[in-house]
Design a protein around this ligand. Structure first.
Ligand code: ZN
Length: 289
């Protein structure tokens, strides 16, 4: 799933290509991806694209007072096409195409939103105000906002009874951090995913805040300037523990371990994060809900 750094890079990528261009056609293919119907997606046609921004993991393409807001979810992606086929896209079968946006101009360029797999989570909204999207309205502060300070972070954690892994990826607490980067941040901070947020000392809060900013900034930096199609591979390359079960920790050489849940898993390094002790699996799945 694309998280803050990838969506940030995608918005920069699209900004360069879309801003100032006129939307010619919007063709929904997977109707289930459309979460709003008034105004209809076709209301975007004929409008000129303004800024392309990000709210947490949501992409926001402004066009003539409307916003096309997209959440790529777990298996959604955006594919830029220098030349889209002229014939209308056909829904059904294994076609991963969910929505096509074509720009005005001789080249027929634009982008496809695609989603693979059977669990459909890709969500597309057309709104006059991005805050009308419930997932956007509930977002906590953006950890890369220059105004987001250690004091703000401390306030978020105070009275927080959950474990760090669950807190970091809760979009209502922090916008944009998901399963992958929460693993990475905790590894960088040398903390157990199961540590209770409320148990952190002042020093530990500062260390976690530092790791949060550094990990995300580093990932944004690596993604900057990459084409949409290269972002997923770059994300994978930059991860130290997430998705690396069984491989050596790049910091200490210990073997990266995993705890799996019904529909996700987390990875960590025992030496760096849990005093060398592997985390128990069953206990966690119950506690991390
Ligand atoms: Zn390690």
């Amino acid at each position: 799933m694309p998280e803050l750094p990838e969506v940030e890079a995608l918005s920069a990528f699209l900004s360069e290509r879309l801003t100032g261009r006129v939307i010619a056609r919007v063709q929904p293919v997977a109707i289930s991806a459309l979460k709003t119907y008034d105004p209809p997606v076709t209301a975007l046609e004929g409008r000129t694209v303004g800024p392309v921004t990000r709210h947490g993991k949501f992409l926001d393409i402004e066009a003539g007072g409307l916003h096309l807001v997209v959440h790529l979810a777990r298996a959604g992606w955006l594919r830029w096409k220098d030349s889209l086929p002229a014939e209308p896209p056909r829904p059904g079968g294994k076609n991963p195409l969910a929505l096509r946006v074509r720009l005005e101009g001789p080249d027929g360029d634009g982008f496809d939103l695609t989603e693979v797999g059977t669990k459909k989570g890709l969500a597309v909204y057309v709104v006059t105000d991005p805050a009308a999207v419930p997932g956007v309205a509930r977002l906590g502060p953006d950890p890369l906002d220059p105004g987001f300070t250690l004091a703000d972070f401390t306030a978020l954690l105070s009275g927080e009874r959950r474990r760090l892994k669950g807190v970091l990826r809760d979009q209502g607490v922090l916008a944009g951090v998901g399963n992958a980067y929460s693993d990475e941040v905790l590894h960088a901070a040398r903390m157990s995913p199961y540590k209770l947020a409320s148990s952190l000392t002042e020093d530990e809060r500062a260390r976690l805040f530092e790791a949060l900013g550094a990990t995300l900034r580093d990932a944004v930096e690596r993604s900057r300037g990459l084409a949409a199609g290269d972002l997923k591979a770059e994300k994978k390359l930059g991860l130290r523990v997430h998705g690396r079960t069984g491989q050596p920790c790049p910091v200490c050489g210990d073997t990266v371990r995993e705890v799996s849940f019904a529909d996700s898993s987390l990875q960590y390094c025992p030496t760096c994060q849990t005093g060398g002790k592997p985390l128990a699996d069953r206990r966690l799945s119950r506690l991390l809900k």
